[in-house]
Design a protein around this ligand. Structure first.
Ligand SMILES: C[S@@+](CC[C@H](N)C(=O)[O-])C[C@H]1O[C@@H](n2cnc3c(N)ncnc32)[C@H](O)[C@@H]1O
Length: 311
């Protein structure tokens, strides 16, 4: 994990789909199919979902849908005005901007990601909002190089599920937090609880295929089951753990969140041989049937929020 190619591209955000690599990983990533616009032969993030226009738009909407939960977690973590915070795996920076508003100009947010295109987007956001206290840095999470004990808090949402080994990133965060500083993490556990109601075997099959695609890339959609223990191994004591379980009704804005993901990701699952074209057709048949049924709902993948304190 974390190698860099000659363009300085941080490697293996998702555990192996480094630039130039071919094979199943590229098929899953879709190399543009999921993104609707990765520059061919140009800069390409190793992040499983790419860093094209479609993924950027998906992440923007995703942040809207999860912003309230994020804010509640930041409050539980004790993130305050004037604090110095890290947003690790910040992506295009939608949460970073909210964190910058939270700490205010007397604070600072260090935003770190491996994908250059996302970081350019964040620089644009910071400039547009006059948030000069956002410090944007490109690095692999495992190679975070900030002064020891320089942070009051750190935040990582949907980062650890992409890392083949969360240990080095946790060690780096632990080193960089001051004693009493807190790490707040939102990530997946019990992904198979992601289901349609009434149940659909075709939907459940796709959920299995998504989890398999993550594992193939070295990631883990069960990662939050392991993080509390890994935190303790690195001197970060879990002080708060809670589930965030949500339902989406057909036609609601939240219903569109997984739909966008499936539209981008399913073709790659078929190309990678993790689903057959018939599996995909059956999935969309059931999806549209539930979407037209006002009594149906979607039980979204459960998230677990973790707050761990540096001892
Ligand atoms: C699902 S996005 C989440 C972005 C942001 N945290 C949010 O909640 O909107 C995952 C992000 O993790 C980044 N990432 C994945 N592996 C990484 C690594 N090893 N080092 C740094 N960033 C990484 C990707 O580039 C991507 O921006």
């Amino acid at each position: 994990m974390g190698g860099r190619d000659e363009r300085g591209e941080a490697g293996s955000a998702s555990g192996g789909a480094g630039a130039g690599r071919s094979g199943p990983a590229d098929a899953v990533t879709g190399a543009g199919a999921a993104d609707g616009g990765e520059p061919a032969g140009g800069e390409r993030s190793a992040y499983l979902l790419g860093s094209g226009d479609a993924e950027l738009a998906r992440l923007a909407f995703q942040h809207r849908a999860w912003a309230e939960a994020a804010y509640a977690l930041w409050e539980r973590a004790g993130f305050r005005r004037g604090a110095t915070l890290l947003d690790l795996g910040c992506g295009p920076g939608f949460a970073t901007v909210d964190l910058a508003h939270l700490v205010g100009p007397e604070g600072r947010v260090v935003a770190v990601d491996a994908a250059p295109r996302f970081l350019d987007h964040l620089r644009g956001l910071a400039a547009a909002h006059g948030l000069g206290w956002i410090d944007v840095r490109r690095a692999d999470a495992a190679e975070l190089d900030l002064p020891p004990a320089s942070l009051d808090g750190a935040y990582a949402r949907w980062l650890f599920c992409f890392l083949p080994d969360p240990g080095p990133a946790l060690a780096a965060v632990a080193r960089t937090l001051r004693p009493g500083g807190r790490l707040a993490v939102t990530d997946y556990f019990n992904y198979r609880a992601f289901t349609l109601a009434p149940r659909s075997a075709a939907f459940d099959r796709v959920v299995e295929a998504v989890a398999a695609a993550w594992r193939r890339e070295g990631g883990d959609l069960e990662v939050q089951g392991r993080l509390p223990g890994l935190c303790r191994d690195h001197g970060l004591e879990p002080v708060d753990l809670r589930p965030v379980v949500r339902l989406a009704r057909p036609g609601s804005p939240l219903w569109a969140w997984p739909e966008t993901f499936f539209r981008g990701f399913l073709p790659g699952l078929v190309d990678a041989g993790l689903l057959t074209p018939d599996d995909a057709d059956r999935f969309w048949h059931d999806w549209h049937a539930r979407a037209a049924d006002p009594a149906a709902y979607l039980s979204l993948p459960p998230m677990i929020d973790l707050v761990a304190e540096k001892r």
